[in-house]
Design a binder for this molecule. Structure first.
Ligand SMILES: [Zn+2]
Length: 223
């Protein structure tokens, strides 16, 4: 596997699964970014953490655990809340790919905009309740988040806490996000671009929802 570098935004459920999958697949380098500490309420969907880790930094815990499992992995962790575009663009430029496993719309749009500015492919994923989704964004070549929504919504109903997130759903979405990165490293063109894969674990139905770039997109048409 080539020594590509992946920036993983969010070390919660999705970020944990992506990091584990990429680490064991032999993806050479990765950086995890997350401001949070390990909490009891989400241990069930975050397989990198155990009860003994409660209160510890997620990125520190994940980094130590992954280094023990994946001996050739170069991994770094940043306990950091991402709120500004410029630092994230600079960080993105130090990596080949970006994974967005964050849990809020503000960070998702920040990741989208940083990918566009830094010209780095971005794999977006989200999960709530029994439903999840993922898509890959090739900057200025395929549909971006702002083609779909001009701006992040003020709030979502229900919240992740209210809806709950099932562990197996997070793992399935996370594995598929990691697979998009593997495909990017291998140069395959069969990516989840210009479409969103939605998965409903209640019905077992998967859909590929076609997406189109918007010529007046505030994100990808102006840079
Ligand atoms: Zn766009």
């Amino acid at each position: 596997m080539p020594n590509h570098a992946t920036l993983i935004i969010g070390a919660g459920g999705l970020g944990s699964c992506v990091a584990m999958a990429l680490g064991t697949a032999g993806i050479g380098r990765m950086t995890l970014v997350d401001p949070d500490t390990v909490a009891l309420s989400n241990l069930h969907r975050q397989p990198l953490y155990m009860e003994a880790d409660l209160g510890a930094s997620k990125v520190d815990t994940a980094t130590i655990g992954l280094q023990q499992t994946c001996v050739n992995l170069e991994i770094g962790g940043m306990m950091l809340e991402l709120t500004e575009l410029d630092p994230l663009v600079a960080l993105a430029r130090e990596h080949d790919y970006i994974v967005d496993g964050s849990d809020n719309f503000a960070t998702r749009f920040l990741a989208n905009d940083a990918a566009l500015h830094a010209n780095r492919p971005l794999v977006h994923g989200a999960a709530s309740g029994l439903r999840g989704q993922l898509m890959t964004i090739l900057p200025h070549r395929s549909t971006c988040l702002r083609c779909l929504f001009d701006a992040p919504p003020d709030s979502i109903t229900p919240t992740c806490q209210e809806a709950g997130i099932l562990g197996p759903l997070v793992m399935e979405i996370g594995w598929l996000m990691a697979m998009e990165i593997v495909k990017l490293t291998e140069g395959t063109s069969d990516l989840l671009t210009n479409r969103m894969l939605t998965i409903d674990l209640e019905t077992g139905i998967r859909r590929h929802v076609p997406l189109a770039r918007q010529s007046d997109c505030r994100g990808c048409s102006t840079h």
